[in-house]
Design a protein around this ligand. Structure first.
Ligand SMILES: NC(=O)c1ccc[n+]([C@@H]2O[C@H](COP(=O)([O-])OP(=O)(O)OC[C@H]3O[C@@H](n4cnc5c(N)ncnc54)[C@H](O)[C@@H]3O)[C@@H](O)[C@H]2O)c1
Length: 314
């Protein structure tokens, strides 16, 4: 099996490359290095079963060449996106281009060249501030960020290409994923702030936002399990950590490991930035029924992520 991983030099994409190679796949990774970094995949570059191409998915001609080649991929894991919600709200072009148009370009090229298996990395942000334990068919979907809106639009196109044009598609919607190689997020941000000033940590918002966090290794388990086991033409699953962790908990964990004694200063808003969803909970029973459960609970995932980022250096 030859897999194309888009966003392969990013946080989750690089971990997925590692695991696909472990499972015996041949992997081609593409990334325009918008947020991705070569250091995430440097350890793979010497392997004969791995290839990296620096490429923008909006380069239609480049995508055509890649997917029409004699050794073209059998399947695509599409993770390339703008993953930074705040940046997407500040620049409205970002999510449209990197989340929606990368997806529609990919789908058109896959259809043209007969590549008929796809994984898509979606997000809990498609639901906005929905209440309760959110299951896969929850509605109405009312995103509150351009990021969430662009992922929801992408899902609509995926549904059409799956149900009308025969591209068998697996969508996983997940919330906060943590681990080494992350390119953004609270842990990443807190570590960087404390390295710059070990005496104080300024937190955006009041720190009461409380969410389930998932360690990246557990997410990749979920992706690969559902990839092998989900039978339908268009399948949507929810994956999330178990339990909840507040931003205050995260700040305290990071301070204890990076700069013990640093003063933590909170803002007054109930969220860190526009489009941030302060609290939610996911129903993951469909994925659990397939045989998945995360190895670490939410706060353990956060602790492990901080340790691995510090040990790894990024
Ligand atoms: N990290 C999370 O908590 C989380 C939660 C839900 C969904 N997701 C989704 O999972 C996927 C991976 O997220 P991540 O956290 O690894 O983010 P990331 O930013 O580390 O990875 C995305 C990668 O896509 C690349 N990219 C962006 N635009 C591109 C383009 N036009 N052409 C080629 N490459 C391009 C970036 O350079 C980056 O390496 C994304 O689709 C994201 O929306 C992430």
């Amino acid at each position: 099996m030859h897999a194309l991983v888009t966003g392969g030099a990013g946080f989750i994409g690089s971990h997925l490359c590692d695991r696909l190679l472990e499972k015996g796949y041949r992997v081609t990774a593409i990334d325009n290095l918008h947020l991705g970094r070569m250091r995430n995949i440097d350890h793979l570059l010497e392997r004969s079963d791995f290839r990296f191409q620096k490429m923008d998915m909006l380069d239609r001609e480049g995508m055509e060449q890649l997917l029409a080649a004699a050794d073209r991929p059998d399947a695509v894991f599409h993770l390339a996106a703008n993953s930074d919600i705040a940046a997407g709200n500040a620049n409205a072009e970002l999510d449209l281009q990197l989340n929606q148009l990368t997806t529609t370009t990919l789908l058109a090229v896959m259809r043209k060249h007969g590549i008929d298996r796809l994984f898509f990395a979606s997000t809990s942000a498609v639901f906005g501030e929905a209440e309760g334990n959110i299951h896969e068919n929850h509605g109405p979907l009312r995103p509150i960020s351009l990021y969430g809106a662009s992922k929801l639009a992408a899902e609509a196109y995926l549904s059409v290409y799956a149900l009308s044009f025969g591209i068998k598609t697996l969508v996983l919607r997940f919330p906060n994923v943590v681990g080494e190689r992350s390119t953004h997020g609270a842990i990443h941000d807190f570590i960087n702030r404390l390295k710059a000033d070990p005496t104080r940590l300024q937190v955006l918002g009041n720190g009461m936002q409380t969410k389930p966090y998932l360690y990246v290794g557990d997410l990749v388990d979920a992706i690969l399990l559902a990839w092998d086991k989900a039978p339908g033409a268009y399948e949507v699953f929810h994956a999330s950590g178990i339990g909840e962790t507040s931003v205050r908990d995260i700040a305290e964990i990071v301070v204890s490991k990076v700069a013990a004694g640093a003063a933590i200063e909170y803002g007054s808003e109930d969220r860190g930035w526009l489009g941030d969803v302060p609290r939610f909970s996911y129903d993951i029973s469909r994925l659990v029924a397939l045989g998945w459960s995360p190895k670490r609970k939410s706060t353990e995932a956060v602790e492990l992520a901080v340790e691995r980022i510090l040990a790894n250096g990024f």
